[in-house]
Write a protein that binds this ligand. Structure first.
Ligand SMILES: [Zn+2]
Length: 404
């Protein structure tokens, strides 16, 4: 039996026996079905029966976390001691792709509490690699800058938007970040590359400001896994003994390598809450050609967008992130917000409100060239954009507003 067949057979039998959800789903099945014959589950189904995915008695749960809740109510996710060891192995392999070793001092500038799993996972993996870890969190750019000066870290793990805030703070205070000790940046949560795998605006700015190599990481709480780029920067390496990834189109059929579709994943070796063909809602492409680093595992490209954010304009599909990437590249474009609506007849409409020194007609032309769609563009006052970006009670600034 191949490793894949044996891993799939194990997770199938384990879930069918121990998870109330899968016991029901697989009732009457004697033999292990081909994985691609199993109906995928999406976040909504998992949310509706969240605790029915748990395969162990409650007293074996070592850690409870929640998902980030980008779509609906956050899921409650439970991990055993064994799952923490698996998480730790995953991160050790991922940071191995970054080339970190026991000699590295690493600032972990991500949230370590608030029920997030990511910070904990990074800490575990870095400890297993033997690195020195400094947990600054991401509440204070000043603390990060202070610790960079005091402990001379060689690498930092953080979110691109926070890394840019730290760089801005350094500039304001006359601190030379580029001349500092940090040479590797592990960027999580937001893309640093475009669909062609080239650095996007954020990735280029971080690389320049920090004078460091930027490594993109993609992780999903429910999968207790992350995929990180190697030196070649050609997508995050999949650890096949821990996770199986398929890329599916809207009809649920596999797409060719290098084509963007929905990331659907199956966990291997999870005790607490294994998942089989889990639709993440994230859209990206998988690459299987040889990587210059010599690793033979498939690689996942940058997340181009959320599946439910995909816009359909006059027969052409486009992710809001593609429109944003095009806008980011136009000099003179200030703040903007992309507003999606519906024309009432099943088609999407898009209006882009821009504050800046660029004529709407010129922007439309740029968008037509870059994204093959020409949405309405309107010059708008900064206050109107601010109201849309930061409505009352919102905790995060948004550049995409979905009114569909
Ligand atoms: Zn590689």
């Amino acid at each position: 039996m191949t490793d894949f067949a044996s891993n799939w057979s194990s997770v199938f039998r384990y879930a069918a026996e121990h998870s109330p959800f899968y016991r029901e789903r697989f009732a009457g099945l004697r033999d292990v079905p081909p994985l691609d014959r199993v109906r995928p589950v999406d976040k909504r189904e998992v949310s509706a029966r969240n605790e029915d995915f748990l395969c162990v008695p409650r007293d074996r749960v070592a850690e409870m976390v929640t998902t980030s809740g980008t779509a609906g109510r956050p899921l409650l996710w439970m991990l055993t001691k064994g799952d923490l060891a698996r998480l730790s192995l995953n991160e050790r392999l991922s940071f191995g792709c970054v080339g970190l070793t026991a000699g590295d001092v690493v600032l972990v500038a991500v949230t370590l509490d608030r029920c997030f799993v990511a910070g904990l996972a990074y800490w575990l993996g870095l400890q297993e690699l033997g690195c020195t870890v400094v947990r600054t969190g991401m509440a204070s750019p000043a603390l990060v800058l202070d610790m960079i000066e005091r402990v001379r870290p060689t690498a930092i793990v953080s979110v691109p938007s926070f890394l840019r805030i730290v760089a801005d703070t350094a500039r304001e205070r006359g601190i030379d970040l580029a001349g500092g000790p940090v040479r590797k940046v592990s960027a999580i949560g937001e893309p640093v590359r475009d669909v062609r795998l080239a650095p996007n605006t954020a990735g280029s700015a971080i690389g320049r400001d920090w004078n460091a190599r930027v490594y993109s990481t993609y992780g999903v709480t429910e999968l207790a896994a992350s995929l990180c780029e190697c030196e070649a920067g050609r997508g995050g390496h999949l650890h096949e003994e821990l996770l199986h990834v398929e890329i599916l189109d809207e009809a649920g059929a596999p797409v060719p390598d290098g084509t963007v579709g929905e990331v659907v994943a199956t966990t291997f070796g999870v005790e607490g809450m294994p998942l089989i063909r889990y639709r993440t809602g994230d859209c990206a492409a998988l690459y299987r050609d040889a990587c210059p680093c010599g690793r033979t595992s498939p690689r996942l490209g940058p997340v181009i967008g959320r599946k439910n954010h995909l816009l359909k304009l006059k027969g052409t599909s486009v992710f809001p992130s593609a429109i944003a990437a095009a806008l980011d590249d136009v000099p003179g474009v200030g703040r903007y917000v992309i507003v999606a609506g519906s024309d009432g007849a099943g088609a999407d409409t898009v209006e882009i409100l821009v504050d800046g020194a660029v004529a709407p007609a010129a922007l439309r032309e740029v968008l037509q060239g870059r994204t093959k769609v020409a949405p309405a563009v309107r010059a708008a006052p900064a206050e109107e954009i601010e109201r849309l970006q930061m409505p009352p009670n919102s905790r995060k600034r948004r550049w995409f507003v979905d009114l569909r």
